[in-house]
Write a protein that binds this ligand. Structure first.
Ligand SMILES: CC(C)(COP(=O)(O)OP(=O)(O)OC[C@H]1O[C@@H](n2cnc3c(N)ncnc32)[C@H](O)[C@@H]1OP(=O)(O)O)[C@@H](O)C(=O)NCCC(=O)NCCS
Length: 141
């Protein structure tokens, strides 16, 4: 795909990203609000990665590195732009970032029912860890 542009989001992109997730992302996140994404971009200006086609937002991924592990969130491609390699391009950009930071292992949380996503993660070389279960505690109401 020649005119696909992958770049880090800036503060000016955040409203569009939040609107995009309403139609393109699967499930919701406790951080899907203006304060949540502002904090992300403020803390790590390269973490929110966008894909644009002719200037139109067509995909996102959050590529977070905490100094220890690499975590991927919010991989999403516009419903009308799927199966064109955009998700793969976003993951390639995220992994390039991780490699540059010295990251050694990347992970993603994938809903058990989200079979389409499992195909995409699997195609990119990710696989489920059978012996682990994520333990979670919400820190806000
Ligand atoms: C998952 C998602 C991001 C994939 O994005 P995409 O741009 O369509 O992915 P790509 O075109 O790069 O696909 C790469 C490979 O993944 C696999 N794949 C992707 N979608 C697939 C599907 N619906 N069925 C089977 N395999 C699929 C294929 O092997 C594909 O390669 P191919 O098209 O050459 O066969 C997209 O479907 C999406 O936004 N889904 C809703 C949000 C979501 O579930 N995100 C993941 C949260 S964990």
């Amino acid at each position: 795909m020649t005119d696909l542009r992958v770049r880090a989001a800036g503060p000016e992109d955040l409203d569009a990203v939040l609107a995009f997730w309403k139609t393109a992302a699967e499930g919701t996140s406790i951080s899907d609000d203006r304060a949540g994404v502002e904090r992300l971009v403020d803390r790590d200006p390269e973490a929110l990665v966008l894909a644009e086609l002719d200037g139109e937002l067509v995909g996102t991924v959050i590529a977070g590195f905490d100094g220890w592990r690499c975590h991927l969130y919010r991989l999403a491609v516009h419903p009308e732009r799927r199966r064109q390699g955009i998700g793969s391009a976003l993951l390639a950009a995220a992994e390039e970032r991780f490699a540059g930071l010295g990251g050694r292992r990347a992970d993603a949380m994938v809903l058990v029912r989200n079979e389409r996503a499992q195909h995409a993660w699997s195609a990119a070389g990710y696989g489920p860890e059978e012996h682990w279960r994520r333990w979670v505690k919400p820190l806000t109401d």
